[in-house]
Design a protein around this ligand. Sequence first.
Ligand SMILES: [Zn+2]
Length: 220
Amino acid sequence: MAKLYFRYGAMNSGKSTALLQAAYNYEERGQAVLLAKPEIDTKGADQIASRLGVTRTVDFLVPADGDVRDLFEAHRARVRREASDALIPGDRPADVACLLIDEAQFLTPQQVDDVFRIAVLDGIPVMAYGIRTDFRTLAFPGSRRLLEIAHSLEELKTICRCGRKALFNGRRISGRFVFDGDQVAIDAEGAAVRDEHFVTYESLCGVCYVEESGDLLTPA
Ligand SMILES: [Zn+2]
C-alpha cells in the first residue's frame, strides 16, 4: 500500500535539498516523479530551490482552493500519455512513482486529506516536506493535519546558533525578533535592499526561543 510521508523540520533543515535528492533517486532508477508546491509561497514562485544551489521547476502549483487530486490526476495522465507515445516501447516511465510536495505547511487541511487519498486510493506514495510550526510556535493548519494523518513522520534536523537542535523558527523584521503578526510573511525577492521591513527567519532551539521571546510560549 502506498503511504503519505511527512518530513518536517525547522527553517534551513534541508527540506528542499532532501526533496530534490529523493526526486533524483527515483529518476536515476528510470522512474517518474511529479513535483508540486502550494501557490502561496511567492518566494521562488514555481521553483524548488536547495540552498546548496540546485533548483528545479515544479510540475504544478496548488492554488489555495485547488483540488490537489484533480491536478495530480491531470499530470499523471500526461506521464502515461508520454509513455504510450514513446517511439521505443518502455522508453519512458509508464506511471508516476511518487508525488513530492514542497512547503507542505501551506496546504489546507482539506488538501492534506486529498494527498492522503492519492496515497491510499490512487496507490501513489506522497512525500510532503514542510515546517511544523510558525514563528509563534503554533502549527500551520496543513502541518497539523499532516501530523494527524501521515503514515510516516520524519524530522529533518538542523542546529541553532548555540549548537543545540533547532525546534522553532524565529522571525526577524529588519533584524529584530518579533513574536506577533500574520502567520505567513515571506521575504519577497530583493526585499532586503529596498524594504525596511525585511523579514528573515532563524532556526532556534527551545532555550534560545524562550530567551528571545521573553518566555512567550503560548501566544495570545
Ligand atoms: Zn539555541
